[in-house]
Design a binder for this molecule. Structure first.
Ligand code: FAD
Ligand code: ZN
Length: 475
């Protein structure tokens, strides 16, 4: 995708270049095009940027020095963590300097009594989860990219994932943040407090800001009790409406112990089976699938899961179900779900949406969006899947079989407009968990409250008066 404005920044003078390099040292300033490649491209090849320089600071003080110089010299910076973001927010589209936080990967403190863990921004999510497990706690943020995304990126995008149903989004798991402001000042909000009503909540401004208001360098995260039992099932059903009924039964039976409830269309299972070599745990194919998980400390999760499924069978909602009999099987169920996105690649172009609507409106959304998309592009194949329990559907549309990929992808915005109109009519959001980045930047003013946009612009101007932090993203 071509990203045009803002105008490219002027080339760095050799003197400025050298001053930036001196902050991190030669070894951590990348200039070789081969080394830069991984920072200017992204996994899906949807965006390709360019940059003269990637800086890899090793401390908050170095991040501060970089920002101070960039602010003084009006040099644009693009913060980057694991480079797994899905809306082009971490890509230097206009030749900006990339500031990679990956070397800030220390776990500063684990405080078991307070149930907190203070980690630096570059800590990989999976490592944060493992550290929590080591002390018999749970850090519940969980998503497909967890092996490479970072805590800084998770907070900056306010990531959701598969456990948001029970634990909320990244914002709900952060007690405090340490942030370097655009002018290099360090804002220390690394509080462990649950209760702290001392004025405006600045922390929450940086969470979900996609690197446009400051650079997160560390965070104090909440830890939770580690579940003693986790039970997972794959369920076959006839429709999203039946899945919604099953969700109601499950929430009635398991309440907060229901930690995941993922809806998957048959075509998504088919792609994941054929292209990612996963196994459909059910004996025959079903039009819709649900992957549900219950986690608990003392409560009989297995008994509850069986009771939910039994009710589902009795009510004619569930047509088949498989309960994982081992951890290996549990992992296989999740692999089937996690590999839907990559399994879409061999099917050609895919036009993506990450939307949310009120949970009750999901069946109506899917039905209307699919009818509209297929009417617009006959043969287009909707591949809806996602977090039904949060009303968040990844409404992807694969190209018609045999169609021209580029021609199909050229209709990206046309398809988006059609789908977003339905989302908005149902009271939903055009970005449930991936953020705005550049992908949805131009749509944002059309869908968001006008006063909210004015306030967002005013906040941006206050925090980053010279517009050096991730210019052209979000706003
Ligand atoms: P990056 O991609 O490097 O950056 C993302 C944004 O944050 C950019 O705007 C960047 O400028 C900014 N940023 C990064 N670090 C900092 C920092 N320290 N300070 C300030 N700004 C910063 N998301 C979900 O919410 N739920 C999912 O289930 C989910 N599944 C995914 C599955 C796959 C396979 C992939 C590839 C992505 C998925 N995502 C999901 C997208 C998700 O947003 C990212 O994976 C993750 O949160 C981004 O972390 P990152 O470290 O890779 O950030
Ligand atoms: Zn998701």
């Amino acid at each position: 995708m071509n990203i045009v404005n803002p105008p490219p920044p002027p080339a760095l003078s050799p003197e400025l270049f050298a001053r930036f390099v001196a902050i991190v040292g030669d070894k951590h300033a990348l200039t070789d095009p081969a080394e830069l490649e991984a920072y200017v491209t992204e996994e899906r090849n949807l965006y390709r940027g360019h940059s003269p320089l990637v800086l890899r600071p090793g401390s908050t003080a170095e991040v501060a020095a970089i920002c101070r110089l960039a602010h003084e010299a009006r040099v644009a910076l693009v913060p980057q963590g694991g480079n797994t973001g899905l809306v082009g927010g971490q890509t230097p589209h206009n030749g900006e300097v990339v500031i990679s936080l990956k070397r800030l990967d220390a776990i500063r403190e684990v405080d078991i009594s307070s149930n907190t863990m203070t980690v630096e921004a570059g800590v990989i999510l999976q490592n944060a989860q493992a550290k929590a497990a080591e002390v018999d706690r749970l850090f519940p943020l969980s998503l497909g990219a967890q092996g490479s995304c970072t805590i800084g990126g998770n907070l900056s995008t306010n990531a959701g994932g598969t456990a948001a149903l029970a634990y909320g989004l990244a914002r709900d798991m952060a007690l405090g943040v340490e942030v370097v402001l655009a002018d290099g000042r360090i804002l220390n909000l690394l509080s462990k407090l649950k209760k702290d009503n001392t004025g405006y909540d600045l922390r929450d401004l940086f969470i979900g800001a996609e690197g446009t208001l400051g650079i997160i360098t560390a965070a104090t995260l909440k830890l939770f009790p580690k579940p003693r039992a986790v039970e997972t099932a794959v369920v076959g059903l006839q429709s999203p409406a039946d899945a919604l009924k099953l969700l109601g039964i499950a929430q009635g039976e398991a309440a907060g112990n229901l930690t995941s409830f993922e809806l998957i269309a048959e075509i998504a299972v088919d792609f994941s089976v054929r292209h990612a070599h996963n196994r459909d745990p059910l004996e025959s194919r079903h039009p819709w699938y649900v992957l549900m998980e219950l986690s608990s400390m003392r409560y009989d999760a297995r008994g509850a899961l069986e009771a939910i499924l039994e009710r589902g069978f009795e009510d004619g909602i569930v047509t088949d179900a498989a309960i994982a009999a081992s951890i290996t099987q549990q992992q296989a169920f999740w692999k089937l779900r996690e590999e839907i996105s990559p399994a879409q690649k061999p099917e050609g172009g895919s036009i993506k949406h990450d939307i949310s609507v009120p949970v009750a409106a999901v069946p109506e959304f899917i039905a209307e969006a699919s009818a509209a998309v297929v009417k617009l592009i006959p043969g287009a194949r909707p591949v809806p899947f996602g977090h039904l329990g949060d009303g968040n559907i990844h409404y992807n549309v694969s190209q018609p079989v045999g169609a021209d990929k580029a021609e199909f992808l050229a209709r990206w915005h046309e398809v988006n407009s059609l789908v977003y109109a339905i989302v908005l009519r149902l009271g939903g959001s055009i970005s449930a968990e991936h953020g705005i980045g550049v992908m949805k930047r131009d749509e944002l003013p059309e869908v968001k409250d006008k006063t909210a946009i004015e306030l967002m612009r005013a906040i941006k101007a206050t925090f980053d008066p010279h517009g050096i932090l991730n210019p052209g993203k979000v706003l």
